[in-house]
Design a protein around this ligand. Structure first.
Ligand SMILES: NC(=O)c1ccc[n+]([C@@H]2O[C@H](COP(=O)([O-])OP(=O)(O)OC[C@H]3O[C@@H](n4cnc5c(N)ncnc54)[C@H](OP(=O)(O)O)[C@@H]3O)[C@@H](O)[C@H]2O)c1
Length: 332
């Protein structure tokens, strides 16, 4: 598989990574597919999808434990990205950016991941009670201690930004400027997909200008852009799409022209090419510093998603995707 590098330290990973979250968190059936998930992670490494993206919050903790079972056997083949800063409370998810907590959380992640170093340690969310420089300073100390190779920052997505009344990613860029004063940012993780292209306006160029890698989260639109979901099929209460405004039956039906467009482009590249592969290829074409991390807990999807690196979208394809209608259904 094509390799891409992120950050000034030129850390190399496969061009397509693997988002491990759906194996333990956020999607219905997450907890029932342990063995299948393990096979999916192994398959990803077999295919050169070396970047495994997890977080202590996913599960909580069980996602790191699962990834750790693979790392125990194949550490040298993987690039592991995990996150700190969000805790699952009884009622809500809360931020904790206190330096002492960050140090303890890192040691706990290392134990669960069965490794002595994390390749990319990301701040999941800044704690409003703690200056972000303090949290980032504690994370930088972990690099000095050899427990972490590089630091990353996760952006607050559409829901959080709209709630706080800001323009999408303005707040993230302000945070990035502040933490860069303390220690270099190697990667930013934020949503980027055909139906959520907002990062292209300011965040992606900010990263490109500074050699900062961009991990594209939710590159398949939480599964919608694969065209395998049926409007009105419904989601279990533990599936985050049950509360997502784009996943009502009405909005899923209204957004079908986006799938139709992806399929038209796919057809130009061969009978076996899928809408999911075109969606990922579009993300890959946004810059050499961009690494999509599609979430998948099935080997079949991992194999299909890795195949996106073999598709080269033409200017005509990119123009067709750019001309697709904007997604209906927002958090406003
Ligand atoms: N930093 C953050 O705040 C943040 C937020 C959200 C996500 N993330 C990261 O980004 C990663 C990706 O996001 P995501 O997993 O939420 O969304 P996604 O990658 O857009 O979509 C994942 C969904 O697509 C399905 N899928 C994957 N490949 C498919 C294919 N080829 N054909 C049909 N269906 C396919 C998966 O199904 P199965 O589950 O059945 O395999 C899963 O339901 C996460 O795993 C996580 O690591 C980060």
């Amino acid at each position: 598989m094509e390799r891409r590098t992120i950050g000034a330290g030129a850390l190399a990973t496969g061009a397509v990574g693997l988002g491990c979250m759906p194996m333990s968190w956020g999607y219905s059936g997450s907890r029932q597919r342990g063995d299948e998930s393990l096979r999916a992670v192994h398959r990803a490494l077999d295919l050169g999808c070396t970047l495994l993206d997890t977080a202590d919050m996913y599960g909580p903790f069980t996602n790191e434990l699962l990834v750790g079972r693979v790392l125990k056997e194949r550490r040298a083949e993987a690039f592991v990205s995990t996150k700190v800063g969000l805790l699952v409370g009884e009622q809500h998810i809360v931020a904790n950016g206190r330096p002492g907590y960050v140090r303890r959380a890192c040691d706990a992640s290392l134990r669960r991941l069965q490794t002595d170093v994390i390749d990319l340690y990301q701040l999941h969310r800044a704690d409003p009670e703690v200056p972000v420089e303090e949290t980032w300073g504690a994370m930088a100390d972990l690099v000095q201690a050899g427990k972490v190779r590089a630091l990353g920052l996760c952006a607050v997505g559409a829901r959080g930004a709209r709630r706080s009344g800001g323009r999408l990613y303005d707040g993230t860029i302000r945070q990035l400027r502040r933490v860069q004063q303390v220690f270099p940012v190697s990667a930013v993780e934020a949503e980027l997909s055909v139906w959520s292209p907002e990062a292209l306006d300011t965040l992606l160029p900010w990263c490109a200008a500074r050699g900062v890698g961009f991990l594209a989260a939710m590159p398949l639109g939480n599964g919608f852009l694969t065209g395998t979901l049926t409007p009105g099929e419904g989601f279990e209460p533990d599936d985050m799409r049950a509360r997502h405004p784009r996943f009502t039956a009405e909005m899923m039906a209204a957004n079908q022209p986006i799938i139709a467009g992806l399929r038209r482009v796919a057809a130009r590249h061969g009978d076996a090419v899928t809408a999911a592969q075109v969606a990922l290829s579009w993300v890959l074409s946004q810059g050499p510093h961009v690494i999509p991390i599609p979430g998948a807990k099935r080997e079949r999807w991992v194999t299909e998603n890795a195949g996106a690196t073999e598709i080269r979208l033409t200017p005509e394809d990119l123009a067709e995707v750019a001309g697709l209608p904007g997604a209906r259904g927002s958090w406003d």
